[in-house]
Design a protein around this ligand. Structure first.
Ligand code: DXP
Ligand SMILES: NCC(=O)COP(=O)(O)O
Length: 252
């Protein structure tokens, strides 16, 4: 079954807009966990516009000893800045179950592409080894049409996360077949060299079911933006329950 990891970045965005601790990232994570999700995802960025280092440490404490996993996403090449210690230092302190490496830059509103491993493989290799030393599983954010899926295994990654933004856009336009085929093919290539496959970005209640039907053996989906938006109307616990039902294949 596919694990749902809820990305709580957007809870922090709302909190940060006024300061203080309302809404609380920790309380939101607790609600998601109680509603049945299998993990919590955060994507701290150097400008600290949403999840902050202290949130990461608090979430790590909340999840310690629980079967639910903490997944920390971020750019491993972004240098420390102000109170942001850098992704590897944060992972060393929080010891998440999974670190997902993403090649996003500060100027991006959100992540919008995967790694070019022809360019970055040799820089990533020692960082992946360092994260393994800390005890993290390592996943690499990859485009579904990347020619270099197999290289992720060669440099030591455990998983890839398929960037599903192009699929979500195509689904919205009503012509998702090509993107689904690309994602399914990338998943099969990854699995053939021993990588597990995660997926994320702009997944929602409308497009998730078709994705999980067509793309084989997706280990985890991380979902935030749509889920938190939908939760404004339906409630967080009910929305998480709806996603876990889709992940469990109910209604297929
Ligand atoms: C890697 C990825 O697709 C997500 O981490 C995405 O970046 C969500 O983060 P934001 O909520 O900050 O856009
Ligand atoms: N890795 C994807 C993620 O964490 C959530 O992306 P989104 O649902 O906020 O687009």
């Amino acid at each position: 079954m596919t694990v749902l990891s809820v990305n709580v970045n957007k809870i922090a965005v709302l909190r940060n807009s006024r300061g203080g601790d309302m809404p609380s990232v920790l309380a939101a994570a607790q609600t998601c966990l109680a509603a049945g999700c299998g993990g919590i995802t955060v994507h701290p960025r150097p400008d600290q516009r949403h999840i902050r280092p202290q949130d990461v440490l608090d979430l790590a404490q909340l999840l310690a000893g629980s079967p639910a996993e903490l997944n920390i996403e971020g750019n491993p090449f972004a240098p420390p800045r102000d109170a942001y210690p850098g992704l590897l230092a944060l992972c060393a302190a929080a010891k998440p179950a999974q670190a997902t490496l993403v090649p996003d830059s500060d100027g991006q509103i959100t992540s919008d592409h995967g790694f070019d491993l022809r360019r970055d493989a040799e820089r990533l290799r020692p960082l992946i080894a360092e994260l393994h030393e800390v005890g993290c599983r390592v996943s690499l954010f990859m485009d579904a049409d990347s020619p270099d899926i197999e290289l992720a295994a060669e440099i030591g990654a455990d998983r890839i996360e398929l960037y599903t933004g192009p699929y979500a856009e195509a689904f919205e336009r009503g012509d998702a077949a090509r993107q689904l085929a690309l994602c399914a093919q990338a998943a099969r290539r990854a699995q053939a060299v021993g990588l597990s496959v995660n997926a994320g970005h702009d997944l929602n209640q409308a497009n998730l079911g078709a994705f999980l039907v067509q793309v084989p053996a997706v280990a985890e989906v991380s979902i935030g933006h749509a889920l938190i938006g939908e939760a404004l109307y339906a409630g967080l616990a009910a929305t998480v329950a709806a996603y876990t039902a889709i992940c469990a294949g109910e209604g297929r």
